[in-house]
Design a binder for this molecule. Structure first.
Ligand SMILES: [Zn+2]
Length: 116
């Protein structure tokens, strides 16, 4: 199943549901992955929906619950699925490095805190 998002999600490159895709964190099967514009930098970033790793992520919980109940998206569940995917894709999530964090990391590096 592939859901490109259509005209409702013009900033989304692709949403892919492929059971063969593995989670980069736990190597388990993913429910979904998506390419979205990176925040604060040019290009795209890949976000994933893993039923294990994202179980406690507020932005992912509703969509994980949907998949726990529905094995397929059909006419009756399409509107709900579309709304949940949109909410998941557009949720605020930590991305990139803030200027403050960058300065902290530089200071720590200069103090030798990253030395083995
Ligand atoms: Zn995972």
């Amino acid at each position: 199943m592939t859901d490109g998002g259509g005209s409702n999600l013009p900033l989304i490159a692709a949403v892919v549901a492929d059971a063969e895709q593995k989670c980069h964190r736990c190597q388990g099967g993913l429910y979904l992955s998506a390419e979205v514009p990176a925040v604060g930098m040019p290009g795209w970033q890949r976000i994933t929906l893993c039923p294990v790793c994202d179980a406690n992520d507020p932005a992912s919980q509703d969509l994980i619950a949907f998949f726990a109940i529905h094995s397929v998206v059909d006419e009756q569940t399409n509107d709900t699925f579309t709304r949940l995917v949109y909410d998941w894709l557009t949720a605020k999530r930590p991305q990139g490095v803030s200027p403050e964090k960058f300065e902290e990391d530089i200071a720590a590096w200069q103090q030798g805190l990253y030395d083995a």
